[in-house]
Structures are given as structure tokens and as C-alpha cells.
Design a protein around this ligand. Structure first.
Ligand code: RIB
Ligand code: CA
Length: 311
């Protein structure tokens, strides 16, 4: 079976970097490009961090930079979680992989035009600014998207940047609203799911025990990345958010959810970026997303260890 073609749109971020490694280590997937967006840290760092992760994998693919700020709001970043560099926790050299000069939005549009309709999946690991900009600039490409799988939102878990909102959606709620309404198959990996996939000590040490440069980097990133959530929730480890998107493509049976209506708050400042998930179907709003709420965490981390162990 031909590998599934994906574009990874991302704001590395330690968890994004692990997701990139997982994708590049998986022959079931053909990563057409890694497109960087401003989010966890400013664009200059997310594009550099994306190149670090791709270079570390030893499986180079094009990396290009996209939007440096949300559609209509000032950029808000998350150095308090990811550190100043966005990839704190592992000491890696500056990447030699050059930045592809094409703009990420142009690449998304051109790729959707050039590839057969319905054969490219967008895996979105950060704010949805690049994808929404592509859809606004070239509405004709929307119907050519195979599926959108994104990490973002939360309902039963509430938010992680405000009481109501998860970071990726909060940063650019207008972009999220455009994507949530686009009409293409949409799978949402929210905090309700990722908070069940914690980087426990045993799981982190599994990467360190690989004795490889990649395993060491992943363990260092996770040691750093989990601090925020451990401190906030008192949990045994932090939620490993973004690799869930890639794991879902590889092993969907590890996840559980429902096809429901999910919409984004864009007007209220109190609940800006809240994802209103009609889990109990109490409204007549049409279902637009598969909202994942469960994950087999042991299976997820076993997949991660197996694949990253091949790099
Ligand atoms: O809220 C978690 C999400 O925000 C993850 O994608 C993390 O990398 C940050 O982008
Ligand atoms: Ca991210």
C-alpha cells in the first residue's frame, strides 16, 4: 500500500519535535514537508526547531516557514512551557538543513493543487494560522484535502492556557474557526485525550535507555517539557500532546471518540478559543469533527518507543 501523504504544520515545541520524529520514522507515511508556524515560540525559532528535529531524524524533508502571527490578534507564545528556545532540554547543534525558501502557505496551496484530490492529509500541531490562510487565499483547495488531523481544544478537561481554552486554538481562534467549518473530514485530538497520555518516568527512561542520540534528545526534551504540567496538575508526567496526531494516523485503534459538532468561541474575551464540543448531541448543530477522548496510553508509548528506536 502506498504511504499516506502528509504535511506536518507545527510550532516546535518539544512535543511537536517528537511528533516529527515519529512521522519520519514511520514508512506508512510520506512527509511531503514540515511547515512552521508561530506559536509556542516565535516563527524564527519554530522554523529553526523544525529543522533541528528533521535533521536529528536523519531523514531530511523540506522545512519551510509560514505565518509569523495569528490572522487578527497579536502572537502569544508559551516559553513558560517550552523554554526560551522552544526546544529546551536537549543540547543539539544548529541545523545544517537549510530552510526551504518557499512560504509554507504557498506550499500547502501548490501541493493541494498538484497532488491528486483527496490524497494529502494536513497534520496540524500548532495554531491553525497557516492552514486557514491557505484556505482563505485559495478556497478551491479545501475540497482537495483528504483529512485534517489536529491537536487542539478541550472540553471536559477545560483549557491549559486559560480556564476555557487550549493553547493552539486560543492563539488563533479565527483560524481555528475557519478550519473547523471547512467541511472536510476533521479529527480533533483535544486535551481530553492527550491528558491521558502522560510522560511517566518509566516511559521517559525508555527513550534514554536506547543509548542513541535521538533517544537521549527525546528524553531530555520530555524531562523539560513535563515540568509545567507536573507542577500544575501534580501528575506523574506531562501530556505528550502532538505525537498523538501522528499515532492516530498510524494506529487509529489506539484512540476513541465521537463524530460530533465542535465550534470555536471567537468573540468573548472570557472564553476566547474555547472549543464547544456537543458531546451529548444536545444541539441540532451538524457534526463536523471526530472528537477523540480516549487513548490506549501504553500502546501509544510502545509505538513511540518502537519507531523512535529505529532512528
Ligand atoms: O496545548 C498543547 C499544544 O500547544 C501542543 O501542540 C503544544 O506543542 C502547544 O503547541
Ligand atoms: Ca505544538
Amino acid at each position: 500500500m502506498a504511504p499516506r501523504k502528509i504535511i506536518i504544520d507545527t510550532d516546535p515545541g518539544q512535543d511537536d519535535a517528537v511528533a516529527i520524529l515519529l512521522a519520519l520514522a514511520s514508512p506508512e507515511l510520506q512527509v511531503l514537508s514540515v511547515t512552521a508556524v508561530a506559536g509556542n515560540v516565535p516563527l524564527a525559532r519554530t522554523e529553526r526547531n523544525a529543522r533541528v528535529a528533521v535533521e536529528l531524524s536523519g531523514r531530511p524533508v523540506p522545512v519551510m516557514a509560514g505565518c509569523d502571527r495569528p490572522l487578527r490578534r497579536p502572537l502569544e507564545t508559551a516559553e513558560h512551557v517550552h523554554g526560551k528556545t522552544g526546544l529546551d532540554g536537549a543540547d543539539l547543534p544548529e541545523p545544517t538543513l537549510p530552510l526551504d525558501p518557499r512560504h509554507a502557505v504557498d506550499f500547502i496551496i501548490d501541493t493541494l493543487h498538484e497532488e491528486p484530490a483527496g490524497t494529502v492529509t494536513l497534520c496540524v500541531l500548532g495554531p491553525l494560522t497557516n492552514v486557514a490562510t491557505a484556505f482563505l487565499r485559495a478556497p478551491e483547495v479545501v475540497d482537495r484535502v483528504q483529512e485534517i488531523v489536529l491537536m487542539g481544544g478541550g472540553f471536559f478537561e477545560g483549557g491549559n492556557i486559560t480556564p476555557a481554552a487550549e493553547f493552539n486554538i486560543y492563539v488563533d481562534p479565527e483560524a481555528a474557526d475557519i478550519v473547523f467549518r471547512c467541511g472536510r473530514p476533521l479529527t480533533i485530538v483535544p486535551l481530553d485525550c492527550t491528558h491521558k497520555a502522560l510522560t511517566t518516568r518509566a516511559r521517559v527512561e525508555r527513550f534514554r535507555a536506547m543509548g542513541t542520540r535521538v533517544g537521549e534528545a527525546v528524553a531530555g526534551w520530555l524531562d523539560f517539557f513535563e515540568r509545567f504540567d507536573v507542577q500544575k496538575y501534580g501528575s506523574d508526567g506531562g501530556p505528550l500532546h502532538d505525537p498523538c496526531v501522528i499515532a492516530y494516523l498510524l494506529r487509529p485503534e489506539l484512540f476513541g471518540g465521537r463524530l460530533i459538532n465542535v465550534e470555536v468561541e471567537t468573540t468573548s474575551e472570557l472564553t476566547r478559543g474555547m472549543t464547544v464540543a456537543d458531546w451529548w448531541r444536545v444541539t441540532k448543530r451538524a457534526p463536523n469533527a471526530t472528537f477523540l477522548r480516549d487513548v490506549n496510553a501504553e500502546g501509544y508509548f510502545a509505538l513511540l518507543a518502537e519507531r523512535i528506536g529505529t532512528l
